[in-house]
Design a protein around this ligand. Structure first.
Ligand code: PEP
Length: 250
């Protein structure tokens, strides 16, 4: 059966001390459900986060990585470097990376390939913009994002892929897709994966919803049959809120 996951994307928040403080608070919390808990601090705090969490079952992920193995790429971080500090999971394709750092399908394909070649797990983000949804094109957009960055992979590679459907209009806006909108899209994604690969791959892939998930709406969203967890931005920065969301699976 596929895994439930609740992942916190801290974005460019929390310096060294704040990272340590939030991790201390998170470690005091109890996961009453069956979801794997992941946090994604900034690059500079990944090592300390990994060390501080070595006696817990919270996983540390990176928010991004470069596709090359090493070399003259000033300011960038490779898969090898992430792995050397204990990080085996990476978020790729977040809408903020796409919007502010020009990450498109072609580059994301290279990043996905590099992560998988390095035996990393990928949380792959995608989702439509508001105009796409207003025009009724959300399924077309999502299908093309998946096709262009992931559908070249062998079926066997999908055990290392987690999908994160994040409608751009719901990220950090306070506006959430309704549980029905999330379910409809997740069912469409699963059907598309089944048609491209097979039913087994589709049934086993974890599909997260992201976009203004809060303690007040998590239970209803996670209650939908094709929603296997969440990628949480703002609400992951407070231990109480984050664990209320984690425990929506209890
Ligand atoms: C995100 O950035 O992935 C996200 C879902 O943010 P928020 O929860 O703040 O909308």
């Amino acid at each position: 059966m596929r895994k439930h996951i609740v992942a916190g994307n801290w974005k460019m928040n929390n310096d060294l001390a704040a990272t340590a403080g939030l991790i201390t608070d998170l470690k005091r919390k109890v996961n009453n459900g069956d979801a794997e808990v992941i946090i994604a601090p900034t690059y500079i705090n990944l090592h300390s986060a990994f060390e501080s969490l070595s006696d817990s079952n919270i996983t540390v992920a990176a928010q991004n990585m470069h596709q090359a193995k090493s070399g003259a790429y000033t300011g960038e971080i490779s898969a090898d470097m992430l792995k050397s500090v204990g990080v085996n999971t990476v978020i790729l394709g977040h809408s903020e990376r796409r919007a502010y750092f020009n990450e498109g399908d072609e580059l994301l394909t290279e990043k996905v390939n590099a992560a998988l070649e390095n035996e990393m797990r990928v949380i792959f983000c995608f989702g439509e913009e508001l105009e796409d949804r207003k025009a009724g094109n959300q399924e077309k957009v999502v299908e093309s994002q998946l096709k262009n960055a992931l559908f070249h992979l062998d079926a066997s590679a999908w055990s290392s892929i987690v999908l994160a459907y994040e409608p751009v209009w719901a990220i950090g806006t306070g506006e959430t897709a309704s549980p029905e909108q999330a379910q409809d899209m997740h069912a469409f994604i699963r059907k598309t994966v089944a048609e491209t690969y097979n039913k087994e791959v589709a049934e086993n892939v974890t599909i997260l919803y992201g976009g203004s998930v809060k303690p007040g709406n998590a239970k209803e969203i996670f209650g939908k049959p094709d929603v296997d967890g969440g990628l949480i931005g703002g609400a992951s920065l407070k231990a109480d809120d984050f664990f209320e969301i984690v425990n929506a699976f209890a």
